[in-house]
Design a protein around this ligand. Structure first.
Ligand SMILES: Cc1cc2nc3c(=O)[nH]c(=O)nc-3n(C[C@H](O)[C@H](O)[C@H](O)COP(=O)(O)O)c2cc1C
Length: 185
């Protein structure tokens, strides 16, 4: 079956052993056959500078095109110092410019955060939502997912615990409904 829903996945952590990557990979593995999900790699993106708006940077063009082509964007991210990690903010900024050419306008965006701490990265998730709202993206409201004490939701081999698998499967169902809806529905 050829995919009818295209999802761009951004993982806010650059860390090799990222817990957010483990949850993101589980979520990706649960997508139905009609969904194609591809990671938008952000580690190689030069720090955004408005001076670059008049030039062509291949990695910028790559991520802008991937985001443009997607029906929805799924962001799975940690919290760094009570906000989103710099690498994630960088791709948000890159996608937002040049002025009037933002890829975020009317884009469907869902956010999942995970932290070993008890707040689950909620401040990071809220700040992503704040930027997306300003950029006129269509942010998924319900359910909101902030995985607290998230290391407890991983088994020793790095797989996601059964309880959290069920919880995330519920999210996937709602996310696919959201991603598949036309903005005018
Ligand atoms: C620079 C830095 C700042 C952090 N700040 C927070 C924070 O504000 N809130 C939080 O819950 N965890 C914070 N942490 C801990 C991260 O939640 C933890 O390292 C987590 O494993 C990061 O996600 P990752 O494994 O996907 O990289 C911070 C970690 C780093 C490296």
């Amino acid at each position: 079956m050829s995919a009818s829903i295209h999802i761009a996945l951004i993982i806010g952590s650059l860390r090799k052993e990222s817990i957010n990557r483990k949850f993101a990979e589980f979520i990706a593995s649960q997508m139905p056959d009609n969904v194609d999900i591809k990671e938008v790699h952000i580690a190689d993106l030069p720090l955004y500078n408005q001076d670059y708006d008049d030039t062509t940077i291949d990695s910028y063009e790559r991520v802008r095109q991937q985001l443009k082509d997607a029906d929805a964007v799924l962001i799975v991210t940690p919290e760094h110092n009570r906000t989103m990690p710099a690498a994630l903010k960088n791709v948000v900024d890159i996608g937002s410019r040049p002025y009037t050419k933002s890829v975020w306008e009317h884009k469907k965006v869902a956010v999942v955060t995970a932290s070993p701490g008890s707040f689950g990265g909620i401040n990071s998730g809220m700040d992503v939502r704040k930027s997306m709202q300003m950029l006129s993206a269509e942010v998924m409201i319900d359910p909101e997912i902030y995985l607290s004490r998230a290391t407890d939701s991983l088994n020793e081999d790095g797989s996601v615990s059964e309880r959290t698998q069920k919880f995330l499967q519920g999210f996937v169902t709602e996310f696919i409904k959201f991603a598949g809806q036309s903005s005018r529905d």
